[in-house]
Design a binder for this molecule. Structure first.
Ligand SMILES: [Zn+2]
Length: 110
């Protein structure tokens, strides 16, 4: 079962992180780390994005997980980042991450 996450659900209208429950905060830290790692590797125009090794263990996305697989992620479209664990079945997508403070794309100034 894929975990579909929308970064906007964690943020207020100004893009600041909402007061989260401990569980949601754990998930959010995991997601924002993926967004930072992947967006750093995005080059425009978006043609092909290689799989990015994210410096995260699978078990950091929630309490009581024992999988110590590594997380890999890539941008599957201009709007969606997809991540998966290289060891277990865990997969997910992240949307609405662009323009957030975790978006590390190099913006070209025209
Ligand atoms: Zn895993």
């Amino acid at each position: 079962m894929a975990l579909k996450a929308d970064l906007k659900h964690f943020l207020d209208e100004e893009g600041k992180v909402l007061a989260l429950t401990e569980q949601a905060e754990t998930v959010f830290k995991f997601l924002s780390e993926i967004v930072m790692s992947v967006s750093k590797h995005i080059k425009q125009p978006l043609i092909e994005i290689d799989l990015v090794a994210v410096d995260l263990k699978c078990n950091t996305r929630a309490e009581q997980l024992t999988c110590d697989g590594n997380i890999e992620a890539r941008c599957i479209s201009t709007r969606v980042i997809e991540w998966h664990c290289d060891t277990c079945e865990a997969v997910g997508t992240i949307s609405n991450w662009q323009g957030s403070m975790w978006d590390k794309q190099q913006h070209t100034i025209h």
